[in-house]
Write a protein that binds this ligand. Structure first.
Ligand SMILES: Cc1ncc(C[n+]2csc(CCOP(=O)(O)OP(=O)(O)O)c2C)c(N)n1
Ligand SMILES: [Mg+2]
Length: 817
């Protein structure tokens, strides 16, 4: 008996490991099962195991190290299967299919990215929502790309079909000139009523064409909503990402997002992933799309179960949906459902797929529609009559859409956005950012204190002693302390702060030390979390080694936490370009495309210090090129106090705009960049900093950042008179009146010179010159910069020094350049 049990276990184990390879997963049969040597066994056990593991479901779960999790999955797969409400499933299928059909008939020749071939997605999500409601979910936060999106807006977000059809009708082009987005990118919100009558809010996130870019944004948005809800957050807010098979396997940003899953700073208690796997990407077949057998296998890098399911076994699809949902709630883990079907039409409906896949499309053309197959298999009566009625309903909706005057909005913003504004800058948005001296004093005490008996690192001890002196005016305040004071003053008054970046807790340049570590037991103490009773949280995290994923996440977070100061810090500003798609598609264009605001702050260390091509430039030029219609703020504060006021201004104004800050490296502790405490208890962020030392100059040097300090040192050393050095601390929105005021203050100046460290094709030069020329009227506007170059900086520290000296001497020469 025992031997027989052992044998049975052994056979089952082989099928648990490899059964998915022989499973019947492709409705059209193009994906051939791969016979596995360990499965070529006879007998009753093998038959039983085969019926579980090689049916229309194939599960990859034996790579999960935790036996409890494997056991959980195994028990559910091998045990009795739950009943399915087939009547409901049939109706959902008919609705999903006929929705596409009506679009096809009424709007022939337009793109809609039909779901046909994988319409089982709709009953799948229905079941996920049913399960989620039973766990107390109040909202599904969903990110997806083009495929089936309109169907999801209608059948998951529950927008009335006419609202979606209206997107296909002509609009007055004047309403969207230069802005807006195509209909299959816009977000949508709605209410879903589950089978058992529970209501779940649906939030489909706006996304760009860039596949998978919405993944980290969706997860970040979910996390913000969860944080707002407190302890029950991850139960109440469920994230669901729907992927294409090509994109899932190919796009790195997805891999970056998956890697965030179990990290406390980014965890959302498990994200559900559904791959709408039509076994094709545009014209490309799976063998060209991924090196693994299944696109889904990218997820095997982690302990994430993968459920492959044949999209034409709708009952199995529904059961797997429920299983995946239960697994997420039980283990707080990500789960992947690989829903394998086909694509009935071309990539879009204007594409002819018979050119690239003639045999596949011959098979598809002869293949019946899923609702017809399901009606027959389930033996339910009246399907055709039901289909006729639904079609008539949809056609009536289409007629109503045609007579709609205005395109309806498909979404409603949450109330927490009510108090914030976007659009153009207005001076009335300005707020007081100075903090009274006695308050700074108190904050300084809290920031430099730690518990009795805490074994502090001697270097950190010294730093805290210095910080204590800074707060009481015994020592100039440096950047690190300026930032700590800004954060402390904000959290004390109820503004949460969230900062993440690579090595940000200590700070790449050893400047932050936001987390103190006991050197004997590595216990942590975070002074910023001990500022006062009832303060808001100050959360500073080391991020994964990712840019696109993490910036996307933090952008998403900022979208659902406008009251918080949300910051992402690049290790060096150079690396921000790895997140370029998130910056281009969301951060700078989100408002123009979707009317969605964000107050995200990007901290980008920038400065030419001889550290080579990739540790010098945060690409000021790129951000300036992306700036229009006051969509972002681009700033380079040149002193600690300026940084303090800038951060507070960002948090306290009701104007929500992304803020790009070029932050210092070597200047972090430079005395020139430190500020007296009085500059924190009075004043505000100056968009342009005048030169207090020179009146009525002959030559005006305008610049940003570090080079201004170097110019001042050099001017002093050489005792050069008559040259004023003015820093433009806010490049965008362009501070026209502040610059004009400086030009007027030095109205006798002959030369106006833009000075920058960056090569001529980089930095702010091409942005500043035309503007300065416009303001300077008939005066000469010259420039001093490095020669144009494909690479931002030299790799030689010595060459850098030579270049830098030449820049300074050219800028300070009075012979005109
Ligand atoms: C980052 C990115 N690269 C390329 C494209 C162009 N593109 C749009 S859809 C598509 C194929 C997508 O295939 P898949 O992920 O399988 O989704 P499907 O259309 O099959 O649902 C491509 C290459 C894109 N939108 N985004
Ligand atoms: Mg595909």
């Amino acid at each position: 008996m025992e031997a027989a049990n052992g044998e049975r276990e052994r056979v089952f184990d082989a099928f648990r490991h490899w059964g998915y390879l022989e499973a019947d997963l492709d409705p059209l049969g193009f994906l051939h099962p791969v016979p596995h040597p360990e499965l070529q066994v006879e007998g009753e056990s093998a038959q039983e195991a085969r019926s579980v593991y090689c049916s229309t479901v194939g599960v990859e779960f034996m790579h999960i190290p935790d036996p409890a999790r494997r056991r959980w999955i195994q028990d559910r797969l091998e045990g009795a299967q739950p009943e399915v409400d087939q009547q409901r499933a049939l109706e959902l299928l008919i609705r999903a299919e006929l929705f596409e059909l009506v679009l096809q008939q009424r709007y022939l020749g337009t793109k809609r990215f039909s779901l046909e071939g994988v319409t089982a997605l709709i009953p799948l999500v229905d079941e996920i929502l049913e399960g989620a409601a039973q766990h107390g979910a109040v909202e599904l936060v969903m990110g997806m790309s083009h495929r089936g999106r309109l169907n999801v807006i209608t059948h998951v977000a529950k927008r009335a079909p006419e609202e979606v059809f209206a997107g296909f009708e002509d609009v007055d082009p004047r309403s969207v000139l230069g802005g807006g987005d195509v209909k299959y990118h816009m977000g949508a919100t709605g209410e879903y009523v589950t089978r058992s009558g529970a209501k779940i809010h649906i939030h489909l996130v706006s996304n760009p064409s860039h596949l998978e870019a919405v993944d980290p944004v969706t997860v970040g948005r979910t996390r913000a909503k969860q944080d707002r809800a407190g302890e029950e957050g991850s139960r109440k807010f469920l994230p669901l990402l729907v992927h294409g098979d090509g994109a899932f396997a190919g796009q790195g940003v997805f891999a970056e997002t998956l890697n965030l899953a179990d990290i406390p700073a980014y965890s959302v208690g498990g994200t559900l992933h559904v791959i709408v796997n039509n076994l094709i990407g545009f014209t490309t077949v799976p063998q060209e799309l991924h090196s693994s057998r299944f696109a889904a296998q990218l997820a095997r890098r982690q302990s994430v179960p993968i459920f492959h399911v044949n999209a034409e076994d709708v009952d199995a699809v529904i059961r797997i949906g429920r299983l995946a949902l239960e697994y997420r709630y039980r283990f707080g883990s990500d789960v992947v459902i690989d829903l394998i079907g086909y694509r009935r039409h071309g990539h879009s409906e204007v594409d002819d797929p018979t050119i690239t896949q003639p045999l596949l499309y011959k098979a598809i053309q002869e293949h019946p529609r899923l609702w017809e197959i399901y009606a027959e298999d389930s033996g339910l009566d009246g399907a055709q009559a039901q289909a006729d009625a639904i079609k008539a309903e949809l056609e009536a909706a289409q007629k109503r859409a045609g007579s709609m005057r205005k395109k309806p909005s498909l979404r409603q913003l949450p109330a927490y956005w009510n108090n914030y504004q976007g659009g153009r800058y207005k001076p009335q948005y300005e707020v007081e950012t100075a903090v009274p001296a006695d308050e700074l004093h108190r904050l300084g005490e809290r920031l430099s204190a730690y518990p009795q008996g805490f074994h502090i690192h001697p270097k950190v001890k010294k730093l805290l002693e210095q910080r204590a002196e800074m707060a009481v005016g015994k020592r100039a305040v440096d950047y690190g302390m300026a930032e700590a004071l800004a954060f402390a003053s904000l959290v004390k008054n109820g503004t949460p702060v969230r900062l993440s970046g690579q090595d940000s807790r200590r700070g790449t340049f050893n400047q932050r030390h936001s987390v103190l570590l006991d050197i004997e037991d590595e216990q942590e103490y975070v002074p910023l979390e001990h500022i006062s009773e009832g303060q808001a949280h100050c959360r500073i995290y080391n991020s994964t080694l990712s840019e696109a994923g993490v910036v996307g996440f933090e952008y998403g977070y900022s979208r659902d936490y406008p009251e918080a100061l949300v910051l992402w810090e690049a290790q060096f500003g150079d690396f921000a370009n790895v997140a370029q798609a998130i910056i281009d598609q969301f951060v700078v264009a989100g408002e123009a495309k979707w009317n969605l605001l964000s107050g995200l702050v990007l901290l980008l260390p920038h400065g030419y210090e001889g550290q080579g091509p990739e540790h010098s430039s945060a690409r000021i030029e790129r951000f300036l090129q992306l700036a229009a219609m006051d969509n972002i703020q681009v700033c380079q504060p040149s002193t600690a106090a300026q940084y303090f006021h800038l951060l507070r201004r960002q948090a306290l104004r009701s104007w929500r705009k992304p803020l790009v800050v070029f932050t210092p490296k070597s200047m972090l502790r430079h005395p020139e960049a430190s500020s007296p405490i009085e500059e924190f208890s009075s004043g505000a962020f100056l968009k342009v900093r005048p030169d207090p030392e020179v009146n009525d100059a002959r030559r005006l040097l305008l610049c940003t950042g570090k080079i201004a300090h170097e110019l001042r040192v050099e001017r002093k050393r050489k005792k050069i008179p008559g040259i004023a050095i003015i820093t433009v601390e806010q490049l965008y929105p362009f501070p026209e009146s502040d610059i004009t005021a400086e030009l007027q203050r030095h109205s006798n100046a002959r030369d106006i010179v833009w000075v920058q460290e960056e090569p001529a094709n980089m930095g702010a030069l091409n942005y500043m010159l035309p503007r300065l020329r416009h303001l300077a009227r008939e005066k000469h506007v010259l420039s001093v910069k490095r020669s144009a170059s494909p690479s931002p900086a030299t790799g030689s520290a010595k060459a850098h020094d030579v270049e830098q000296k030449a820049l300074l001497s050219l800028a300070l020469s009075t012979n005109g350049h």
